[in-house]
Design a protein around this ligand. Structure first.
Ligand code: NDP
Length: 288
């Protein structure tokens, strides 16, 4: 193995430590802690785990966590009424509705009901538009976490060839926008892409967000490339990424492991977005 392993867990822990200091400073100045409201509908076990760890991390950073649990049978109007209350609540800086929602609820309707200025997940179309046009808004947590890891390792990304595999609104598209914003030459690959291996082979930066275990092979990777594996796949061998880690690690310059790579960054960025929101709403500039 030659690649440097990008330790997202350690990076996220250090980042959260710095955030906690900034949260304390905000709370002292504003006479209140930043607040994050998380809404969980139904009993999906994976979602329940995510919501629990988000609540724990929020409190550990010194922020207020407001958790709302609704039954799987809740009417869409009732969920929308809760979102309206959270939009109007001055103690709430960030609102996150845990996805997926039960089938009878239209996720797009719920996401677009969140005040874009409290949409710390960055899923609202207004925030997607702001990202695409270079305006200040909220950027989805996972791709922003990936960008932080990339900049930490590579510094200036300008001119690098980047390939993002996956074009979801949550990961692939915003990741591509962020890399474009850093002046990378960006290719977005997806299920209809022809000859994916040669597309990947020209990339200095590979971001895999597909959801298929070990699909990206070591032979596809350009020697020395930086590989960010967003995939989380539950297999008989436990959690694995979208990249064949052993194969890619022998050619890449650096690679994120799964688990312990991108995953821990997502919650850290969620906390950061909430703190940024608190600063904006209190009209106090956020110093990085
Ligand atoms: P989606 O299922 O929404 O999107 C998957 C994308 O992969 C689609 O654009 C799809 O293309 C593309 N794709 C599927 N098959 C292929 C193929 N054979 N070749 C090339 N592209 C393909 O997934 P998400 O973006 O939500 O998530 C991706 C992965 O990241 C998942 O494993 C998920 O668990 C993980 N994830 C991890 C997070 C973290 O915190 N670390 C957070 C969010 C997600 P098409 O559009 O053509 O169908």
């Amino acid at each position: 193995m030659s690649a440097e392993i990008i330790d997202g867990k350690a990076f996220a822990e250090a980042f959260r430590g710095r955030l906690a200091v900034q949260v304390a400073a905000f709370a002292a100045a504003a006479k209140r802690a930043p607040g994050l409201a998380v809404v969980l509908v139904g009993e999906d076990p994976a979602s329940a785990v995510y919501v629990r760890s988000k609540g724990k991390a929020t409190r550990a950073a010194g922020m207020e966590s407001f958790e709302h649990r609704l039954p799987a049978t809740v009417a869409q109007d009732e969920l929308l009424a809760l979102v309206d209350r959270l939009n109007a609540d001055p103690a709430v800086d960030g609102i996150l509705v845990q996805l997926p929602l039960p089938g009878h609820i239209d996720e797009r309707v719920v996401i677009t009901r969140i005040d874009p200025d409290k949409d710390v997940d960055g899923f609202h179309p207004v925030n997607a538009g702001r990202l695409a046009t270079g305006l200040e808004g909220f950027v989805p947590c996972t791709p922003l976490g990936c960008l932080m890891l990339l900049k930490d390792r590579l510094g200036d990304l300008a001119g690098l060839d980047a390939v993002v595999i996956g074009r979801s609104n949550i990961v692939g598209k915003p990741m591509a926008q962020l890399l474009l914003g850093e002046s990378c030459t960006v290719t977005i690959a997806h299920s209809k892409t022809r000859d994916l291996s040669s597309v990947v082979r020209r990339a200095d930066i590979v971001v895999a967000a597909v959801g298929r275990p070990r699909m990206i092979k070591g032979e596809w990777i350009k020697p020395g490339a930086t590989v960010i594996d967003v995939g989380i796949n539950r297999t008989e061998d436990g959690l694995v990424g979208d990249v064949d880690f052993a194969g890619a690690a022998s050619v890449a310059g650096a690679i994120t492991p799964v688990p312990g790579g991108v995953g821990p960054m997502t919650i850290a960025v969620l906390l950061r977005n909430t703190l940024v929101s608190a600063h904006r709403r209190a009209s106090v500039p956020y110093e990085k």
